[in-house]
Design a protein around this ligand. Structure first.
Ligand SMILES: *Cc1c(COP(=O)(O)O)cnc(C)c1O
Length: 419
């Protein structure tokens, strides 16, 4: 199959997709195509853009840092943006988290958390190897991150490389206790190093939501059995669920916390894994063999760190939580209007994430309904990418009422078109 462009895109079937639009610039809640067309970014460019595209404080910080220090080896060397970011981050995060390890994507922040958990047990001369996960979860696309995520068409070809994990059933409404009992039983076995979980919302699994009390119970069960609790807040962090962290709503603090996507406001690739003193101390000794063996070339890239510092400044100086609260209220109205439409099932919302399923047999990520919907939204200049038969909106926090109405009209049109 010959194509005009040599670029191979992620999660894209080049044999099916129509021409891929060329994006020239972005501002606020919109992106602009090379021909000038304005497109509303209804999914925050795959869940990363928080305050809006090209926030002036973040772009200024990037420009300023780019002129000072572009990149430096981070093993044995440090720089001001990384030091400042680590201090500022810890000031905002739950108290038991005291150490900041940098990497460059959500997937790597998860790999780091898994390696830290296993390293913790190995260095205490009480090795434990088993990882527990929640059914339908997604933690990234590298081999380790895929291993702790749901198995399916995404990773069938690589199944032989994925390590075995213990899977706890998703806490569906009405079956929460069964899920907690399964976690308790799994934790009782020897050899369990850690439980990794997406707090409150399972993103790529289909925007599946569960209540805060379940998260609080999961945390309690893990603590009771000495199983490390890894919170993957790569998607839920930075206000998505209505609070800075989703964990906050359950009043829990994890042993390891993964952050990426919105860490730089969605402007630059950067991730962190935060750890408690117990996990750091298990690696800290005069024995070189106990150090944490992980690095990537661009660990704590200074320009990305400067962008993240600017993001944190926005959180301190602008009324971000108020903005999020207002957006969540408007999205609730939008969802209520859509709920009555034929074909709309399971409308649900957590903070700025609003979702519903399309009723009918065509479920699963590859359901062709997804591609049809994407096309309908694209024709109406809305960037929206359903997960199989799950439609969700997750806009940047700066989106205004007219843009939100345009998304609603497009969704109504789409539901009518496919009915
Ligand atoms: C997106 C995502 C990841 C992976 O992040 P990348 O930056 O795409 O590698 C991991 N965990 C969760 C919960 C995510 O939503």
């Amino acid at each position: 199959m010959s194509r005009a462009s040599p670029v191979w895109h992620p999660f894209t079937q080049h044999g099916l997709e129509e021409p891929i639009p060329l994006v020239a610039r972005a501002e606020g809640a919109a992106i602009f195509l090379a021909d000038g067309t304005r497109v509303i970014d209804a999914i925050s460019s795959w869940w990363v853009t928080t305050h809006g595209h090209n926030h002036p404080c973040i772009t200024a910080a990037i420009a300023e840092q780019a002129h000072k220090l572009d990149q430096i080896i981070f093993a044995g060397w440090t720089h001001e943006p990384a030091e400042r970011l680590a201090r500022d981050l810890l000031a905002m995060m739950p108290a038991p988290l005291a150490h900041v390890f940098f990497s460059d994507s959500g997937s790597t922040s998860v790999e780091v958390a898994l390696k830290m958990a296993l390293g913790y047990w190995a260095n205490r001369a009480a090795p434990r190897h088993r990882i527990l996960v929640l059914e339908h979860s997604y933690h990234g696309d590298t081999i380790g991150a895929m291993s702790v995520g749901a198995r399916g068409v995404f990773n069938q070809a690589y199944a032989a490389l994925l390590f075995d994990v213990g899977t706890v059933p998703f806490p569906c409404e009405g079956h929460e206790q069964a899920s907690l009992d399964a976690l308790e039983a799994a934790c009782r076995a020897d050899n369990v190093a850690a439980f990794i979980v997406e707090p409150l919302v399972l993103g790529a699994g289909g925007m599946l939501m569960y209540p805060a009390w379940v998260l609080r119970e999961m945390r309690r069960i893990c603590a009771h059995h000495g199983v490390l609790f890894i919170a993957d807040e790569v998607m839920t962090g930075w206000g998505r669920t209505g609070t800075l962290l989703a964990c906050e709503q359950a009043g829990v603090a994890p042993d390891l916390l993964c952050l990426a996507k919105g860490l730089t406001g969605g402007s630059m690739p950067l991730a962190v894994t935060l750890a408690t003193p117990a996990i750091f101390d298990a690696h800290c000794s005069t024995d070189p063999a106990r150090q944490f063996f992980h690095s990537s070339s661009y660990t704590a890239n200074p320009i990305a760190c400067a962008a993240a510092c600017a993001n944190l400044a926005i959180w301190r100086e602008e009324p971000v939580l108020e903005r999020i609260g207002e957006l969540a209220r408007r999205e609730a109205g939008l969802l209520a209007d859509l709920s009555g439409l034929p074909g709309v099932a399971n409308p649900r919302q957590c903070g700025t994430i609003a979702a519903f399923d399309i009723a009918g047999p065509a479920s699963g990520y590859l359901a062709d309904i997804g591609l049809r919907l994407r096309r309908i939204f694209r024709e109406r200049n809305i960037l929206l990418r359903p997960l199989g038969n799950t439609v969700y909106i997750m806009p940047p926090y700066c989106i205004d009422a007219p843009d939100l109405s345009a998304i609603k009209s497009a969704a109504i049109h789409a539901m009518t078109a496919i009915a």
